[in-house]
Ligand binder design. Sequence first.
Ligand code: UDX
Length: 451
Amino acid sequence: MENQIRPHLVLIPPPLKGHITPMLQLATILHSKGFFINIAHTYFNSPNPSNHPNFNFLPFFDGLSNTQITSKNFIDIASTLNTNCASPLKERLIHHKAKLEEHDEKIACIIYDGFFHFIDSLAKELKLPSIVFRTTSATNILTYHVCAHLHAKGYLPLQDSKSSDLVPELDILRFKDLPIFNLTNPHDFLHGISKTLSITPLGVIFNTVESLEDSSLNHLQHLYNVNLFPIGPLHMLSNESNNISILPESDRCISWLNNKARKSVLYVSLGSIASWEEKELTEMACGLVKSRQNFLWVIRPETVTEVIAWLESLSEDIKLGVAEKGCIVKWAPQSEVLAHEAVGGFWSHCGWNSTLESLCEGIPIICQPYFGDQRVNARLLSHVWKVGLEWCNVMEREEIEKVVRRLMVNQEGEELRKRAIELKHEIRLDLSGSSCDALNGLVKCILSGNV
Ligand code: UDX
């Protein structure tokens, strides 16, 4: 495409860190393949254009300013955004399309996050080719189909007594691993699922690799009967991850890691939405100190407003232990941290990006899923890929001390680390194999107009 006008793509992420990051990574990769990149985004949580001088940014109204997204309001926010953004995005696209047509250019395709389910019909109305990008695992999307079946068969709400039974259609997952389990009001979630399943995409991009999710991808292929493009892990295929932090990253933690022995540090972080209560933080501090392991701990500012005051409230021996063994930061350069040779384990909420980043560096995980797809990912990590520890998930110091030592000190942890290294190599082979093929297939598909 050297001497031609670059074909235009419009990529549309929702305003959530765990979704914007992989979309920008995908944008970087597609830019390197010769496309002109437009990012249509909400004003709320908007990406910083100065970090991406090669992209054009198209902001649109969302009505969400200063909202804090938490695991409790997540479903409401998803529904509000799908309502608020429909007309402003439509206007934006119409305007941009007309501007391009003035110069005999056109939008070759829009690539939107499946979170924004309204875009399916909008693209059809505007006669724009479109592809869906799914930022969670393929297995998680499969569970949406299964949840819809369970609902249709009258299985909902799911009974606690059945929580450890395997879900018939899914083999490996138990009822309690489904994104719908434990929801006080499954109705809203089901409504969202039915909208998301009503999308009739022409193609679906997944941030995954075949060696991890072959079986779920085959199952989805059968259900959708459209082109599936498993192109992942995106952070490995692009070099974008360092530029899109939502908070200033701490450099201090890397120099702290530089002084620690190989594989001696547990990295502790819950991603960008889930958080601990203050009393849980105190139990964690005690459990971590008692485990006598080094730890690098991300506590986001909204988790506890005054970290210093909270630390001061701890008993003297725990305060000393934290100072001796720990490093606490508000936000870390996570990919760099996980790639650091001092890191030997990750205590994670199992968000999909964190899961992939950890797998790519061969780091085993203590799984503490909170909501939605995190439970699915935790089950995959512990029971399918066998690089994660399932534990009782009870936030008491003795339990925490035990699980940290299981991963960092015991033979069990050593086995998981070995397996994690094997898996890392398998994923890296896919990067230059199946993911590369899927990427070339996607480019061909867009250029041929077959989307
Ligand atoms: C959300 C949902 O919680 C998750 O379940 C879903 O799979 C994606 O959307 P989030 O909570 O942000 O994501 O978790 P995750 O997907 O793991 O993404 C977190 C991102 O923030 C990762 O890319 C991670 O590298 C980054 N991060 C996190 C940092 O860069 N620094 C930190 O200190 C913590």
